[in-house]
Write a new protein. Structure first.
Length: 214
C-alpha cells in the first residue's frame, strides 16, 4: 500500500500483492499450505509462494525492504502484542488481589521476616504487598513497550533505501508510535528484547515468591 501511495509500484500491482498475500495467509492458517522448512526464512517462502500465484508482481513485494528490517519488524510486532497481553493478565491478577484483600481486611495472621515470625498483620496487608509488586511489573511492561513501539521497516539492510518511501505511512498502518531514525541501530540492536525478557523475569520472580508463600 505504501509503495503504491509513493508511486513506486502501480495501484494494480499493490492490489494484486495484497490480495495474493491474503490467499497465502489463509492457506497457511488452514493448513492447506505447509511452510517449506528448506526455505531460507519465512519472508523468502512467502515471496516465492506469492510469485507463483500472481507472477512477477510478487517479486515487487521486496521493493525497498531487506530481510534485516523485516525480521526486526516481526520481533517488535510480536513483543508489542505480548506486552499488551501480559499487561492485561497482570491487571486481572491485581483486581483479584484487591477483591480478596477487601474480604480479608480483618483476618489477622503472622507476618514473617527472614523466615521467622515477626509482627502480626492482616491477610489483606500481605496480599496488598503483592498488589504493589505486580503493579510495578505492569508499569515495567508499559514502559518497555514505549521502546518496542518504534518502526524499523524502511531501514533496509542497514542504511535505508534509494526509493522515496513514506515511513510515517508505514508506522501509522502498522500501529507504531514512532519511527526509528537510524537504520543501522534499527536492524542491529535487540536491547528492547533483552529489556522485555528482564520484565518477564522480574514478574516471574514475584509470581514464584507468591506461590511459595501460599
Amino acid at each position: 500500500a505504501m509503495l503504491a501511495a509513493c508511486n513506486i509500484i502501480t495501484k494494480n500491482e499493490s492490489l494484486q500483492i495484497i490480495d495474493g498475500l491474503q490467499t497465502v495467509l489463509d492457506d497457511i492458517e488452514s493448513g492447506a499450505l505447509p511452510i517449506d522448512e528448506n526455505a531460507e526464512d519465512i519472508h523468502m517462502f512467502v515471496e516465492a509462494e506469492l510469485t507463483k500465484r500472481i507472477g512477477d508482481s510478487g517479486k515487487r513485494l521486496h521493493t525497498a525492504r531487506s530481510r534485516n528490517d523485516q525480521v526486526a519488524l516481526d520481533i517488535r510486532l510480536f513483543l508489542k502484542n505480548e506486552c499488551d497481553r501480559i499487561e492485561k493478565s497482570i491487571k486481572d491478577l491485581i483486581q483479584v488481589l484487591l477483591n480478596k484483600a477487601e474480604q480479608e481486611a480483618d483476618t489477622v495472621m503472622t507476618g514473617y521476616t527472614h523466615l521467622q515470625r515477626a509482627q502480626p498483620v492482616t491477610l489483606a496487608y500481605h496480599l496488598l504487598a503483592y498488589y504493589q509488586m505486580f503493579s510495578r511489573d505492569k508499569e515495567r511492561f508499559a514502559d518497555c513497550l514505549t521502546r518496542i513501539d518504534r518502526l524499523p521497516l524502511g531501514s533496509g539492510a542497514l542504511a535505508g533505501t534509494t526509493y522515496n518511501t513514506d515511513r510515517d505511512f508505514l508506522a501509522e498502518e502498522l500501529g507504531f508510535a514512532k519511527v526509528l531514525p537510524n537504520g543501522m541501530d534499527a536492524v542491529a540492536d535487540r536491547d528492547f528484547a533483552i529489556e522485555f525478557i528482564n520484565c518477564c523475569a522480574i514478574a516471574m520472580m514475584h509470581l514464584s515468591r507468591f506461590c511459595e508463600e501460599l
